[in-house]
Design a protein around this ligand. Sequence first.
Ligand SMILES: Nc1ncnc2c1ncn2[C@@H]1O[C@H](COP(=O)(O)OP(=O)(O)OP(=O)(O)O)[C@@H](O)[C@H]1O
Ligand SMILES: [Mg+2]
Length: 429
Amino acid sequence: MRQSQLFTKTRREAPKDEEAKNAQLLIRAGFVHKEMAGVYAYLPLGLKVLENLKRIVREEMDAIGGQELIMTSLQRKELWEVTDRWNDEKVDVWFKSKLANGTEVGFGWSHEEPITDMMKRFINSYRDLPAYVYQFQTKLRNELRAKSGIMRGREFVMKDMYSYNTDEATHTAFYNSAIEAYKKVFARVGLGDKTFLTVASGGAFTQFSHEFQTISEVGEDTIYVHQEKGIAINKEVMTDEVLAQLTVSRDELEEMKSIEVGNIFNFGGIKSKELGLFYTDEAGEELPVHLGSYGIGITRLMGAMVELFADEKGMVWPEAAAPFLVHLVSVTPSDPAAAAYADALYDDLMKAGVDVLYDDRDARAGEKLADADLIGIPARVIIGKNTLESGKIESVYRMNGVSTLVTREELLALAAGAQKQHRSSHAHG
Ligand SMILES: Nc1ncnc2c1ncn2[C@@H]1O[C@H](COP(=O)(O)OP(=O)(O)OP(=O)(O)O)[C@@H](O)[C@H]1O
Ligand SMILES: [Mg+2]
């Protein structure tokens, strides 16, 4: 993409009404547009990041047997009354409205009820199980506060997966494979060593669920981390009983602020019983289907990545998520030979299938480099008069500022290699 064609522009000043670093940087760089508090539009650069995150999550969900679908945003009141979750005292984030004929409807803040009800059409016998379904959905939640930028939206993208199994044992096996898949997702976006499997409240039987919490000072949660074991306990459930279950002692744990990027739940047979999702087993007995639910906040994850990776100059994206892999910056665009060189290099990078943003704008070098720092594309390739004189291209790695000089051929090979390694779909067996 040629930057001169990009309709969004960067801005120097952060918006006054925005406290969160993630939203300040994303707005300044033109990745998102703030429609109102907690409600953000995703512009071309931001949408690319979102799509990259979705691709990674999709690959890992598919790898454990997930099948993608999209449920609806408008939901039936009756369904949520069955499980007593229509009540505003029980669920305090509902947006509700009415059809023209007066029928009340809700805007989807979650989808366990409608998905489970829908599955009644398809699950009758043990032969129909297991089934694993997931979606990427814009959830609507009337959050009381929205001060964390895109990390707490009133409208936000979530990946939610639902598992349907015959019994506790097959459920548990899938639940554990989901934990491993989640670990892969967070590792692939560069947050593996900062994200901990955390015991939290909620869920059937044990009364516990698992969250994935990413350590950050700006997080809204507090957890107690066991670094060596790579696990944590949410403050909400920090009791002697939980410590004993995990065979850890309080003084081995470190209190930290964190961001809840994912949450997985075991509902057991409870919700299926309430909603009437039963199957007949081999002996002809009717039993409730075992349900699990597995969320990842895609937009929250994007915000967390800005918070954790940004430096004083701007955002820093890892290759897997970055809107582009290479930022080709022509610093002397008024020099015809240098401009022609940059144009030709851009064409070759495009031909090699590299995701490249080409700053071909007629602007000062300082301004362009500051914009490149703000946008945070991993590899910056600088083309100027010097390039032609030396025959060497300067390539700067955004993450650590390390600069190397390479030949044109070396650059093309490096970029194509990085593209293949970080941005092509991972093949799963
Ligand atoms: N308002 C929001 N904006 C962005 N992401 C969110 C929001 N609420 C939840 N998420 C993400 O969706 C995932 C699954 O949703 P879940 O229902 O577990 O959220 P939650 O526990 O209500 O979140 P929180 O405690 O932060 O309000 C969360 O782990 C989080 O990553
Ligand atoms: Mg949660």
